[in-house]
Design a binder for this molecule. Structure first.
Ligand SMILES: Cc1cc2nc3c(=O)[nH]c(=O)nc-3n(C[C@H](O)[C@H](O)[C@H](O)COP(=O)(O)OP(=O)(O)OC[C@H]3O[C@@H](n4cnc5c(N)ncnc54)[C@H](O)[C@@H]3O)c2cc1C
Length: 464
């Protein structure tokens, strides 16, 4: 068994692992990364964020083509299969792997492809695909092994019509009807993708409102647009059993209902990838979801072992994972790059897209903060009209006395980009974080960013 010595070994090459490895390497540390897949990028690149966003983008283009009157004159509505749109996702994955592989090479980071586990608190054993075992000894170790879909034992994921959010990427045909169980972010995004391809979707939610952490108006808007696009949302339902047949799948609900479809997609919960890490050898315990507890410095119970990304739980976003990984390495190298990541924007790539940052109306009302609302509807904005994107709204919540921006909530075209303008203003100190910025600033015209000016005027007009 070959033995290699490093300052820092990182387990996992998703956003958290990459963030940690790059920060440590840039601070002059000798770094190795281990990933059980034969390519870098993590589940983020291969199974999660990137493929789902690429799928959604293609589906949106198809929907635009089929609804834009200019294209309708050219040809009849076009139909594309799920494997068709998957091909474009595969091209993006390959490009991402190529650029990310280059980052490791440029920063002189060694990459080992194999499954890593702790022999002791300074030693990782890597079992490579060819069976060879390598031993990596490090002063510090960062666990960034991510998560996978939670699979309840009573659902047969070996059945050819039953999928989770990883295996759905192997779907080789377009079902006529699909049941999506779990109406969280991933379930709602896949409901948008499949309904955009003309598939009838049953979206099963065990709550009474879609994505209830969102601004209520935006959650309602999402429900409306999903329903308009042939998604049947069933609230307050829980599964009794999932029956796989040769010609379909039947979902038996506790309420007594039975739903039949050609395919079933499970999108309910995720589990941290900790079971193969040998954590018992170093005394780290995980919670019932397989997640590791860390302190404010991303340090685990073992002082030289850190953890970041999905493996530590909330918020389970690629955006936050990268910053958490970078911060974990920041604690190790002490170069001032540490920060605890808690001001995370929400980006939901449903159709329509949703994004928000800060407090929503429910939270502000509960906290008895006197706020006012300013709105801009996209249907009245020049850029949205030019782009044939009338669906959407920007909503600003601000303190009615200090005018401080307290929340930014957006849905529709470019929502996940638009929100960052508000985020930048909210992060300013003193009077620079007020709604006045938007009326005292000249925006390019026509832009979607101009929605801030419209919403700010709307809000200020409500003050007396
Ligand atoms: C369908 C879907 C859509 C999503 N969309 C978004 C989105 O739009 N925006 C967003 O911000 N987030 C999104 N997410 C969440 C995002 O993908 C995750 O938060 C992110 O991937 C977490 O990054 P990570 O670095 O913690 O781990 P991961 O990306 O999960 O990578 C962990 C890596 O560690 C490897 N590994 C595991 N165990 C071992 C071991 N023992 N040894 C070596 N390697 C190991 C794994 O193979 C994997 O390559 C989405 C997730 C899903 C499932």
């Amino acid at each position: 068994m070959a033995v290699y010595n490093y300052d820092v070994v990182v387990l996992g090459s998703g956003p958290a692992g990459e963030g940690a490895a790059m920060n440590a390497a840039k601070a002059g540390r000798k770094v190795a990364v281990v990933d059980s897949r034969r390519e870098v990028g993590g589940n983020c690149t291969h199974l999660g964020t990137i493929p789902s966003k690429a799928l959604r983008h293609s589906v949106r283009q198809i929907m635009q083509f089929n609804t834009n009157p200019m294209f309708r004159q050219i040809g009849e509505p076009r139909w594309f299969s799920f494997p068709d749109v998957l091909k474009s996702a595969e091209r993006v994955i390959a490009k991402q792997v190529s650029s990310r592989t280059g980052y490791y090479a440029r920063n002189r980071i060694d990459v080992f492809f194999g499954t890593g586990s702790f022999a002791d608190e300074h030693t990782i054993e890597v079992v490579c695909a060819n069976g060879v075992v390598e031993k990596l000894v490090a002063k510090q170790i960062v666990i960034a092994t991510g998560s996978r879909p939670y699979r309840p034992l009573d659902v047969d994921f070996n059945h050819s019509r039953i999928y989770d959010s990883d295996t759905i990427l192997s779907l080789g045909h377009t079902p006529r009807r699909i049941i999506i169980y779990g109406a969280g972010v991933i379930g709602s995004e896949y409901a948008s993708i499949f309904s955009g391809l003309g598939v009838l979707v049953d979206l099963i939610d065990n709550r009474d409102q879609l994505l209830s952490f969102l601004d209520a108006e935006i959650s309602d808007a999402l429900s409306y647009h999903l329903r308009t696009n042939n998604v049947l949302i069933r609230h307050n339902e829980e599964y009794e059993s999932v029956e796989g047949l040769d010609n379909g799948v039947i979902l038996h609900l506790k309420s007594g209902k039975k739903i039949k479809a050609d395919a079933f997609l499970w999108c309910n919960g995720r589990t941290g990838n900790t079971d193969q890490l040998g954590l018992e050898n170093i005394g780290i315990k995980v919670n019932s979801r397989g997640q590791i507890e860390v302190d404010q410095n991303y340090r685990t119970q073992v002082s030289n072992v850190y953890a970041a990304g999905d493996v530590i739980g909330w918020p389970s976003l690629a955006s936050a994972a990268a910053d958490q990984g970078r911060s974990a390495a920041g604690s190790i190298v002490d170069n001032g790059s540490w920060r605890f990541v808690d001001d995370v924007p929400t980006g939901i790539y449903t159709i329509p897209e949703i994004s928000s940052i800060g407090k929503n109306e429910r939270e502000l009302t509960q906290a008895k903060i006197p706020y006012e609302v300013g709105k801009a509807f996209f249907k009245g904005m020049a850029r949205a009209q030019i782009s044939h994107e009338p669906v959407g709204m920007l909503k600003l919540l601000f303190h009615r006395e200090t005018l401080e921006v307290l929340g930014v909530h957006c849905f529709g075209y470019q929502a996940s980009e638009i929100v960052h303008i508000g985020q930048a203003i909210m992060n300013q100190k003193g009077e620079a974080n007020t709604i006045k910025y938007f009326v005292n600033t000249t925006f390019n015209y026509p832009t979607m960013a101009e929605a801030y000016r419209v919403a700010a005027f709307d809000g200020l007009n409500r003050l007396f």
